[in-house]
Every structure is written in C-alpha cells, then in structure tokens.
Design a protein around this ligand. Structure first.
Ligand code: SF4
Ligand code: SF4
Ligand code: SF4
Length: 270
C-alpha cells in the first residue's frame, strides 16, 4: 500500500504542497467562513500547513487503514482502496455528513459554496496516479526539501525508523500513524521539541466542545466505535426499506440538480 511520510523537522513552511494540491485538483480560491475550523482545511483546501512550537506541520487526510468515515457512510460513498487512498464517490453521497462526525482527525469538509454541496478531502491523488497522469501526489512532488515523501508504506516505515536511529537526539521516538487509530497511510516524524499532541489528532473538536463518536482510543481502529455510535442514531431503527427509498430519492435529486446546474453553466458559457 502506498503512503506519505511527512517529516516535520524538514518542513520550511513554504506551502508549495498546498498550492500544488489546488492546481492538480482544480480547487477554486478558498472563502474563509466564521464557522470554519481554524486549521486551514476546507472543501477547497485539502491540505494545509500549521505552525506549532516553532515547527510547520502539514495537515491532510490520514488515509486510515480502517477508515471511520467509510464505516459511518450509509451509502458507501467513501471507501478504502488497495492502493492505500480513501476515496470518495460524489454520485453516491447523500450529503448527510456522518463521515464528518465520524473522522477522528476532523478532516472531511462540506462544500457550502456549491449549489449541490458535497464532502471534500484529500484523495491521495488516487485517480491521477491510477490514470498515469502523475507518478506521485502533486504535494509530495512539489516539496522542495523532501519534508513530505511518497512510497510504499513499509518502505516509509523503514525510512522513518532509520532517521530516528541515526539522529536519536533530534527525533521523537514515535512514528505517528504507525498504530494510531489502527494505523494510517499518512505517517509523521517529528522533533523532540514538537510532540504532536492529542489535539493535533483530534483537531479542535475538544476545544469547541464537539462530541466525538466513541471514546478516543489510540492504537485501535475506529470503525467498531463508529458502528456502536451509529446504532444509537434513530435512523438505524426505522424500517430499512423506507430509509433506502428515501436515500435513493435524495441521491437522484442531487444528481438531477447537479445536471441542471451544469446545463445552466454550459448555456451561460455559449
Ligand atoms: S483521516 Fe478521517 S477522512 Fe481521512 S480516512 Fe481517516 S477517517 Fe476518513
Ligand atoms: S495527495 Fe493529492 S489530494 Fe492529497 S493533499 Fe496531496 S496533492 Fe492534495
Ligand atoms: S512543500 Fe514541503 S517544505 Fe514546503 S510547506 Fe509543504 S511540506 Fe513544508
């Protein structure tokens, strides 16, 4: 499985990774919103660079090995690929935002500016790599210092262990993402001066008082917790036939709206 290793000690905060992501994914300029979490991520910014304890920390979807977002999605719009990326099918998405509640890292964002809003997040450049357009994510390719690199997860773990062994005074003896939340396909190395604490993982949900689904559990996959929490949603107790008909109607309506919007835009451009 492919993965990304970000070494915080090498990042200079140039944000070239952020720009490259916007270009390859054709993401429009961001519109700051009052209610947005203050971490730079949005439906139009799939990666960001945070400043913490004198270090720059790049943030993006961790591509969990057992993704809670996919487990929470009632229609399978998110799924984990063999490649390693957790990808998203907007044709299936209902816009219910359960994935946003389920993600332990607070990653997926809603595209409030679109007429037919969808959830958005980093997809590890899955389609572009799969179609041979690029051979690695645009963000890792753009990084001028090698602070964020792409490769096989096993190779990146070996590389990370080597760096810790060679410079034990510099690095914290932890590879973030090796085991947290059941393991992720985005790994982090950090300096002893900059431990990536709990809030880095859980975003600012705790500060904002947003309740997590299940208790935070290091080194444990999240889907079982998500499933438990989702079972308490009334939806699970309503007749499944009726619910599925409703979901089908919503998806079809979203697709119809999208088609109409596209037609109107094409008409304007002619
Ligand atoms: S970090 Fe969140 S959005 Fe990304 S794969 Fe994991 S659960 Fe899903
Ligand atoms: S992997 Fe691709 S989609 Fe994800 S942050 Fe990098 S450039 Fe953006
Ligand atoms: S491109 Fe590399 S050095 Fe620049 S901000 Fe991104 S990770 Fe850091």
């Amino acid at each position: 499985m492919k993965a990304i290793l970000t070494d915080i000690t090498k990042c200079i905060g140039c944000t070239q990774c952020v720009s490259a992501c916007k270009v390859i994914n054709k993401l429009p300029p961001d519109k700051p919103r009052e209610w947005q979490k203050n971490d730079g991520l949005s439906a139009r910014n799939w990666t960001s660079v945070l400043f913490k304890d004198e270090y720059y920390v790049r943030k993006q979807c961790r591509h969990c090995i057992e993704p809670a977002c996919a487990a929470a999605c009632p229609v399978g719009a998110l799924h984990k690929t063999d490649f390693g990326a957790v990808i998203y099918d907007s044709n299936k998405c209902l816009g219910c935002r359960y994935c946003m509640m389920a993600c332990p890292y607070g990653i997926p964002r809603y595209d409030w500016d679109s007429a037919v809003p969808y959830v958005r997040k980093c997809i590890m450049c899955y389609e572009n790599i799969n179609n041979g357009v690029i051979d690695q994510p645009a963000c890792t390719k753009a990084c001028p210092t090698g602070a964020t690199i792409f490769g096989e997860r096993e190779d990146l773990l070996i590389e990370a262990r080597k760096r810790i062994k060679n410079e034990p005074d510099k690095y914290l003896d932890t590879i973030y993402g090796e085991k947290e939340a059941g393991g992720t396909n985005v790994l982090y190395l950090t300096s002893k001066d900059c431990p990536l604490d709990f809030l880095f993982y859980y975003n600012n949900r705790i500060e904002k008082g947003v309740k997590l689904l299940g208790e935070p559990a290091f080194n444990q996959p999240y889907p079982p917790l998500t499933k438990k929490a989702m079972n308490s949603v009334p939806f699970a107790f309503v007749g499944m036939g009726a619910v599925m008909s409703g979901l089908y109607w919503i998806v079809k309506r979203r697709q119809k709206l999208e088609k109409e919007n596209k037609g109107a835009e094409d008409g304007k451009n002619q």
